[in-house]
Design a protein around this ligand. Sequence first.
Ligand code: AMP
Length: 277
Amino acid sequence: MQRLALRWRREHCRIGFVPTMGYLHAGHLSLVQRARRRVGPAGRVVVSIYVNPTQFGPQEDLSRYPRDFKRDQQLCRAAGVDVIFAPGDGEMYPPGAEAGFSTYVTEETLARGMEGAARPTHFRGVTTVVAKLFNLVLPDVAVFGAKDYQQAAVIQRMVRDLNFPVRIDVAPTHREPDGLAMSSRNKYLSAEERGQAVVLAEALRQARAAVKAGPVDSVQLKQQLSRFIAGRPAARLDYIEIFDPETLVPRAQATPGARMALAVFFGKTRLIDNETI
Ligand code: AMP
């Protein structure tokens, strides 16, 4: 991959990059279109498909994470992707105490709250694999989804702090017609859970409606939304946070322009969503 990327760079070909864990959906493909627009018809678009073990906790869904490489290949071909980079675990993280992998990248501010608090080793895995992927794919621009807002913020900070020569582009969240954010994990949902999963998007909509009339106390708004979510029997709230969109610091007052994020369990399936309120 790196040899190919170096050749493209020598040929002055711009490289657009979309890192994914595969099981692609229309949200991923919207990132591919964006990467294509950024690099133009003469550029190259690379999609990586790698279910990165270091970003999963020990009790999480690494082994059952959905995979369908054939289908992903077809979708990438139809979307005009030039190269799929799908490394194996042994290549990305060679095992062994002596010769094995032993260097990690951590972002230490934005990665603390929300997903970082709920999943303590998650962002270390994300920043490490994305740093490796950037060094392998050598992109001019990399596209991430706002669906994982904190992740995009952490990556932007890593790129700035470690001087990666790459531009980060953040694409809006692609949703199902009823508002549910597209996610590979939606496949886990039973019909009943799928029906109730729209509660994340509804909570975001409610929050936006609530702040329109003027600032609202965040604690009160979060309590109101928790009760609303508890009204769906299949849903179990993990967290709701209302925060500054740049610093990700929680805000005592919810006002228009603040960002709200939430994570909700449906059985073992954990869904996240966020929007500007
Ligand atoms: P994943 O395969 O879930 O790791 O996601 C790969 C990339 O696609 C990440 O940058 C995600 O934020 C992005 N992504 C996932 N779901 C969506 C969506 N519904 N809309 C836009 N981007 C998404």
